[in-house]
Design a protein around this ligand. Structure first.
Ligand code: ADE
Length: 270
């Protein structure tokens, strides 16, 4: 589709974003950005995503991007030159670190959160560097990247899937990416920092499992109270750590005390 011809396209503005991804497996990115909200955002010209093969920035004819670690040890480490060259070819040596984020994905990074997604969604340009093997020469984290991020406390084989996760989390926040109905929906971490309430749809009775009666009652205030209580209960059970920073009303605190009294002793009760 022609971007100019799209009636949904918002006028070019500071919100438009370009994302470059540096990887030795560019083929892995076929598909994930071609569906749903990310596809729509690309078609509307809200974001342009370009995937680069890191090997094209290698210095030698064998297109070498890795080498053995100084000090010994198993495996291979990504060399700094191809990564510095790639970033410099995209944004120059002296890029504006307020407008451009250069994000290195490694398990050693700070853990990516919704709050970070919101901050990064305000940048004009993101460059994501997907690490591989046993690591990336530390000079990339120290002297090139603006952020070193992990998507969680587990080790994947590389930064490709983390890059996809981060792109999706950010792109859906770009103004115009979500339909009104989608963005109006309340979400985990957007409602005072607690988890989302449970949702149900038809049938009201599925194999004898009934939808909570209050949701069928049409009493909006009661439904809102029930949802808040369930959201608090779910957070207390699955993510009690979130409650320390959550914005809670007096009523929430009373509900929580109630729920804590009703909670089984172990947190892994299911
Ligand atoms: N590379 C390998 N594991 C990772 C993780 N959990 N987050 C980001 N990059 C990674």
């Amino acid at each position: 589709m022609s971007r100019r011809g799209d009636p949904h396209r918002v006028s070019r503005s500071a919100t438009d974003m370009r994302i470059d991804i540096l990887t030795i497996f560019p083929e892995m990115f076929r598909g994930p950005f071609d569906y749903g909200i990310v596809r729509r955002a690309r078609e509307r010209g809200l974001v342009e995503i370009v995937v680069h093969d890191l090997r094209t920035f290698a210095m030698d004819k064998h297109r070498t991007v890795d080498d053995r670690p100084f000090g010994g040890g198993e495996g291979m480490v990504f060399k700094p030159e191809p990564i510095f060259r790639a970033v410099e070819s995209l944004v120059g040596e002296q890029f504006d670190r307020e407008r451009v984020a250069v994000i290195l994905l490694t398990p050693q990074g700070r853990v990516f959160t919704q709050a970070m997604a919101e901050q990064l969604a305000a940048r004009e340009r993101l460059i994501l560097i997907c690490g591989r093997y046993e690591g990336v020469d530390e000079r990339v984290a120290e002297h090139l990247a603006t952020h070193e991020l992990s998507i969680g406390d587990y080790v994947l084989t590389g930064g490709e899937i983390p890059a996809m996760v981060i792109v999706e989390a950010i792109v859906r926040l770009l103004p115009g990416a979500l339909h009104r109905a989608e963005s109006a929906r309340r979400e985990s971490f957007a409602e005072g920092g607690i988890l989302d309430y449970p949702q149900y749809t038809r049938p009201a009775d599925f194999r004898g499992l009934r939808v909570p009666e209050v949701l069928l009652s049409g009493h909006h205030a009661e439904i809102a109270r029930w949802r808040r209580r369930m959201a608090l209960a779910k957070t207390l059970r699955n993510r009690p750590d979130l409650l320390e920073k959550a914005v809670l009303s007096e009523e929430d605190r009373r509900l929580l005390e109630d729920l804590q009294g009703a909670l089984p002793k172990t947190s892994e009760s299911r």
